[in-house]
Design a binder for this molecule. Structure first.
Ligand SMILES: Nc1ncnc2c1ncn2[C@@H]1O[C@H](COP(=O)(O)OP(=O)(O)OP(=O)(O)O)[C@@H](O)[C@H]1O
Ligand SMILES: [Mg+2]
Length: 317
């Protein structure tokens, strides 16, 4: 991938289907950027903050910038909470009227689509300016957004348009144009998809690309294809392996049975890898810049594994 150009932006948006490795890749990209000397913050969206625990840092407060390592921080931004805080701030001014009933929050969230996403985007935009209001500015050069899954990510990226029209006054009104500009300007923001080499995940990449074009006139810069299986055998090698199974079907010795299961396993791995390869080809035919990342074995991906992925991504710089 033209990663250098990707890392040179202010904002890097990472999205894709649920569970494909967005957070893992966002963490690795953050490490790769920090390794090239860019002060970087990774933004997790939602209630979770997985990065601090990955880096063995004490769980921070929601919405607080946390230092992970030299040149790398993370923060969790929860749109629901951000909206609540915003309404409370507003409530101070229009006291009692906006926040009159406990149902106001739900009412507002439902009546103002895109509001909470836009408020989250305001926070992200502030980080691209070096730090949020009331925080000790980290002076970030790159913000890596570990965005929600495709549909929600597109909703979030569209929030200046959906909510901007409603919020003509108030504390957000001034931001919508600037956020929109940040998202539309190629030298400022890059979009990267993460996918597994499965039919559904690749289809979601195509939908994401179409959505980015439609909403922002932008293209995906790269597609990280995560958790690829190695192609262990050529077709000829597999044929040779399978010929070992040419033994009488019954009665079988224990050894012959073991050979048969080994052959079946080899065939399964081979077919799976070939299927994955076809999905890669599908992406390349659409001229996406494909960045392969191997499947890493282990119960839970630890920091060392993520650092390994970061190294791979760095090599594409
Ligand atoms: N290359 C890899 N090899 C093996 N396991 C991986 C790899 N990448 C990610 N994983 C594992 O897959 C799981 C999902 O990864 P991750 O949480 O990064 O996905 P996600 O897209 O952020 O998920 P969500 O949509 O829930 O936010 C995790 O357990 C992670 O450790
Ligand atoms: Mg995630």
């Amino acid at each position: 991938m033209a990663m250098q150009t990707v890392l040179n932006r202010k904002l890097l948006v990472i999205t894709g289907k649920g569970g494909v490795g967005k957070t893992t890749i966002a963490a690795a990209v953050g490490m790769a950027a920090a390794a090239t000397g860019r002060r970087t913050i990774v933004v997790e969206v939602g209630q979770e903050s997985r990065l601090p625990s990955l880096f063995g840092v004490t769980a921070p407060q929601q919405g607080v910038e946390t230092r992970l390592q030299e040149g790398l921080s993370s923060i969790s931004i929860d749109p629901d909470r951000a909206l609540l805080e915003w309404l409370q701030a507003l409530g101070g001014r229009v006291s009692g009227r906006v926040l009159a009933s406990s149902g106001t929050f739900q009412y507002f969230a439902a009546a103002a689509p895109g509001a909470k996403e836009l408020i989250a985007m305001v926070k992200i935009w502030q980080l691209t300016r070096g730090g949020g209001r009331g925080t000790r500015s980290g002076g970030y050069e790159l913000v890596v957004l570990d965005a929600p899954a495709t549909g929600h990510a597109l909703g979030m990226l569209n929030s200046p348009q959906t909510f901007g029209a409603i919020a003509r006054v108030g504390p957000i009104a001034g931001y919508t144009r600037q956020i929109q500009q940040l998202l539309e300007t190629p030298s400022h923001t890059a979009y990267v998809a993460v996918a597994l080499a499965t039919e559904m995940a690749v289809t979601e990449v195509l939908e994401l690309q179409a959505g980015l074009q439609r909403q922002l006139g932008r293209d995906l810069e790269a597609v990280v294809v995560n958790a690829l299986l190695p192609r262990r055998f050529t077709a000829r090698e597999l044929a040779r392996i399978e010929s070992l199974g040419d033994v009488p079907s019954a009665p079988q010795t224990a050894q012959q049975a073991a050979i048969r299961s080994a052959i079946q396993a080899a065939r399964a791995v081979h077919d799976r890898a070939r299927f994955q390869h076809n999905q890669l080809a599908r992406l390349r035919r659409r001229s996406f810049d494909v960045v392969p990342v191997p499947f890493l074995w282990g119960e839970e991906l630890g920091l060392a594994a993520v650092a390994g992925i970061a190294k791979r991504l760095e090599q594409r710089l």
